[in-house]
Design a protein around this ligand. Sequence first.
Ligand code: ATP
Length: 442
Amino acid sequence: MVTMDKIVALTKRRGFVFPTSEIYGGLGSTYDYGPYGVALRRNIKDAWWHAMVISRDDIVGLDSAILQHPRTWEASGHLESFTDPLVDCRACGQRFRADQLEDVQCPQKPSVHPGEGPNCDLTEARQFNLMLETSLGPVRDAGSIVYLRPETAQGIFANFKNVLQTSRRKPPFGIAQIGKSFRNEITTKQFIFRTREFEQMEMEFFVPPDQAEEWFLYWLDERMRWYVDLGLSQDHLRLRPHEPDELSHYSSGTSDIEYLFPTGWQELEGIANRGDYDLRQHAQYSGEKLEYFDQATGERYVPHVIEPAAGVDRAMLAFLVDAYDEDEQEGEKRTVLRLHPRLAPIKVAVLPLVRRDGQPELAHEVHDALRPLMASEYDEGGSIGRRYRRQDEIGTPWAVTIDHESLENRTVTVRDRDSLAQDRVAIDGLPEFLQRGLAGTG
Ligand code: ATP
C-alpha cells in the first residue's frame, strides 16, 4: 500500500493540495485545493449529489448557513457535550487529547509519548469544546457570540418544517446538504484526514418510527455500494458497528464505513440511527411543532432520522490512496492514479505528436470539440512520453494523440491509461467513443 508521504508529495507536485498560507509559513493542518484537487472534489460532490438527490424522488437538497442561531447548538447538545478530553503538559506547554496519548509524540527529547518522559507533567483531563467561536455584528460581547457549524446536519433539522411544507414530500423522505464544517480539533493529523476546516456531505432521512431499523440497514448498503461503484476496492472497506459505550447520546445505532488508510482502518463515513432526538430537541428549544401530520390517516408523529454523514476531504484521500499505483513501462517506473473516470479531474488529454505540420491546429480543433462535453486538456510541451506520464499522474483516463496520419485520414489514437491499449478512432466518432468510456459501456 502507498505511504501517506507519497500521496502528499504527488498531490503537491501535481497541484491537487497545497498547504494553506504557504508563503507565510503555513497554518498548521489547513489545506488549499489546487486546480486538479478542486476538480476531483467537485466530481466527488457531484457523484454524491447525483446518487442522493438527482437520481431519487425521495430526497431534496438544502444549503443552510454556516452561522446558525446559537440556540441551535444548545438544542443539539453541542454546547454541552461536543467535547474531547484535553490534558496540558506543564513542562512543555503543549496540549494533547487525553484519549490519544499513544498516537502522538512528546515534543521534548527523548522521543516518547506525552506523560512518559522524565520531565512530563500532565494535568488532569478536562473537557474541551470543539466548536469554533466568532462574533457577529459590530459589538463584541457575550450576546454576539456565534459558532461556525461543527456539522451541517443541524441546519437540516432547523429547516425540517420549511422543507416539509414546500417540497410536498412525506416520510420516508430525506434532505441532503454539502458544505463546510469547522471543528477546533485538539490534534490534527494525517494530511487531509483530520483538519479544522473540512467539508461534509450529509443527508437526514426522515422515516415513520417503525421503519427506522429497516432504513438504517438500507442506507448502510447504499453508502457502501457508492464507494465501491466509484472504484474503492472492496477489500479496503468494512462496516464497523459502534460498541454501546461509543454511541453518541442521541444514537440508537451507528456503524462506521471504515477504509484501510495507510495508517490503518479508520472512519470514512458514519451512518447513524438518530431516533427522534434532534427534532424533539429543536421543537423544545424553538417552541415550533416539528412533526408530521398525515391528513389521510389523521396520524401525527415525530419522524425518526437515519443519517449518512460523509466527509469530502476524507473521501478524496481514500480515492487517492486507492487509485495510486506504480508500475513499469518499457523499463521506466510509472506513477499512475487509477481514478474512476467519473472522478478523474481531466477526462481526456489532447496531444499533438509534434509541434508543427498542422498537428497543433488539428489538436486544437479536437480539443475544442471535446471541451463542451467533458474536462479536456491540451498539451503540446515536451516529449510525448513525458506528457503521457504527466497525465497518468493526475489520473486522466484517455490521451488522444494527433499524428501525421491524423491529417491524412482524420483519425487519432486513443491511449487507455490502465490497459495502455491504443485504439485508432475517427475524429468524428471520438466524442461518442469517450462518452461510452465515461458511462462505463465502452
Ligand atoms: P472522528 O471520529 O474521525 O472525529 P466523527 O465520528 O466525529 O469523526 P462525524 O461527526 O460522524 O465524525 O462526521 C461525519 C464525517 O465527517 C466523518 O466520517 C468524516 O468523514 C468527516 N469529518 C469529521 N470530522 C472531520 C475532520 N476534523 N476533518 C475531516 N473530516 C472530518
